[in-house]
Design a protein around this ligand. Structure first.
Ligand code: ADP
Ligand code: MG
Length: 328
């Protein structure tokens, strides 16, 4: 056996980055979550070439002080978690302090950020995770991050990228998902110079659903139910409007988009005998439950969750949706 060595932080970062940053859409998801955590009310995403060469996210959130801006790109650097106990009840979208470090390690980044109280903002340039330039700049309150040349230093990952059209489509889906997750935030999405999505940031979930899915949603059924400290809100399709795939099933747990077989099963149980085999209901459902009854620390991408009581979650969705379907 060759001698064992501990990998350099740079190589360790590249390995870890693989789990967080799979493609441009995952970069956008992480940057949008950061903007939301920063309290932004307006967020703009702009991409070129499917996000591979240019991807910019601008928010009007709390911004970062110079020192924080530098620290933000270190691995496990976060303002959202302080102790092991905090992991038991996570109230922010981010908490692992990994995203910026991961994204930076596989791209070139320009950051401009300013806190509301500051006279000037900070501009940083990073190449493959290292800060190569730092200047003071005049800029609006909030944060702008530009990610260029994603995966320029990881050819192995680059090979797996699909066409710009496909990657851009996935970015669009990621923006739509965040727009549905946070109807209180106004999102804009500009793709190759053309604005393709704009949500009002007011008017709640219904307005956001309308912007994302268009008139289709007018036919959807409203779901609103409570069960102890759990609440379920959103929209589901009529049994007669079922789809050929599950592509239009979107679930949020405490405003976080999640993939969960349990939630799918609970939804579909409500349609049992009402929908043909091979057809699927569509939904945009927000499940809210106490932060200490769900574990989001399952995977770096944070799209998987573990529930303390799967039965309670299943029943909440099943009966919540069933109730809504029976009303119509
Ligand atoms: P996490 O979100 O898990 O904390 P990130 O690597 O995504 O980790 O971000 C690191 C830190 O950088 C955050 O905790 C936050 O303090 C800061 N940060 C990142 N993006 C923004 C933003 N858009 N506005 C303000 N602060 C930000
Ligand atoms: Mg984050």
């Amino acid at each position: 056996m060759p001698k064992i060595i501990q990998l350099s932080p740079h190589v360790a970062n590249l390995i870890a980055a693989g789990e967080v940053v799979e493609r441009p859409a995952s970069v956008v998801k992480e940057l949008l979550e950061n903007a939301v955590d920063a309290g932004a009310s307006q967020v703009t995403v702009e991409i070129r070439d499917g996000g591979m060469t240019f991807l910019r996210v601008t928010d009007n959130g709390c911004g970062m002080a110079t020192e924080d801006a530098r620290t933000a790109f270190l691995r496990h650097a976060t303002s959202k978690l302080r102790s092991a106990e905090d992991l038991a009840a996570i109230a922010t979208m981010g908490f692992r302090g990994e995203a910026l470090a991961a994204i930076a390690s596989v791209s070139r980044i320009d950051l401009m950020t300013k806190t509301p109280g500051a006279i000037a903002g900070t501009s940083l340039h990073l190449e493959a995770g290292s800060i190569t330039e730092e200047t003071e700049v005049g800029c609006p309150d909030g944060t702008t991050i530009i990610v260029r040349d994603l995966f320029f230093n990881t050819p192995a990952r680059m090979k797996f990228m699909k066409s710009d059209t496909v990657e851009g489509g996935r970015v669009a889906a990621a923006v739509q998902q965040q727009a549905l997750a946070h109807p209180e935030v106004a999102f804009k999405f500009i793709r190759d110079g053309k604005q393709v999505l704009s949500t009002p940031g007011t008017g709640g979930l219904e307005a956001a659903v309308y912007c994302v899915y268009g008139r289709e949603c007018a036919k959807m059924i409203k779901v609103e139910s409570r069960w102890e400290s759990y609440s379920l809100t959103g929209f589901v399709s009529k049994p007669t409007d079922s789809r050929p795939s599950r592509a239009l099933q979107t679930f949020f747990v405490n405003d976080r988009p999640v993939k969960s077989r349990l939630l799918i099963a609970a939804l579909e149980e409500a349609y049992r005998n009402q929908i043909m085999v091979g057809k699927f209901p569509a939904c945009v459902l927000h499940l809210n439950l106490p932060a200490n009854t769900v574990d989001v620390n399952v995977h770096p991408a944070k799209t998987e969750v573990k529930f303390l009581s799967e039965k309670a979650v299943f029943d909440c969705i099943h009966y919540g949706v069933l109730g809504a379907l029976n009303k119509t």
